[in-house]
Design a protein around this ligand. Structure first.
Ligand SMILES: [Zn+2]
Length: 158
């Protein structure tokens, strides 16, 4: 979190024109960069989970609301009937996204921010391998630090 703000601050320092893209999550209050067209909005949620959680909650509310209508109730009854008779197979899960380790929407938001920073369009398809590479390097650096700590401990050991 601290690291994130360090990066965000240095981005804004080197690219002051992006300051107007700074927005704040109305849910968790974290600062994040948004697309210039949304810059003035004050009702946004961050791409680090709040946006997705809100989307899911709304979708559940909608479906609950639908199934309490007469039409919805009838449809549900029909679906349940089919299920009991075994006429309907369990819905096939959609294929896993290319990067199951990223929460929904993250790659897209990172690509959007990269587009703002680089001043050109960075697609999700381009961003994904870059993100994966960055994460690999990050974990390698962490492993090197750990190796170093372990080596230091062993030196001092009995
Ligand atoms: Zn948030």
């Amino acid at each position: 979190m601290k690291q994130y703000y360090v990066v965000l601050r240095s981005v804004l320092r080197s690219r002051p024109h992006l300051r107007r893209c700074l927005n704040r999550c109305r849910h968790c209050r974290i600062f994040f960069l948004t697309h210039p067209r949304n810059a003035r909005r004050r009702d946004l949620r961050c791409p680090f989970g709040c946006r997705e959680a809100h989307r899911k909650r709304r979708s559940t509310e909608r479906s609950v609301a639908y199934y309490t209508t007469a039409e919805g109730k009838a449809k549900k009854k029909m679906q349940n009937g089919k299920r009991v008779r075994g006429g309907v197979r369990a819905e096939v899960e959609p294929p896993a996204p290319a990067a199951p380790e990223f929460p929904a929407g993250i790659v897209g938001s990172v690509a959007m921010v990269a587009s703002l920073i680089e001043g050109r369009r960075v697609s999700e398809a381009e961003m994904l391998p870059r993100l994966l590479r960055a994460m690999r390097q990050h974990s390698m650096a962490r492993r090197r630090r750990m190796d170093y700590v372990v080596a230091q401990l062993q030196k001092r050991g009995p």
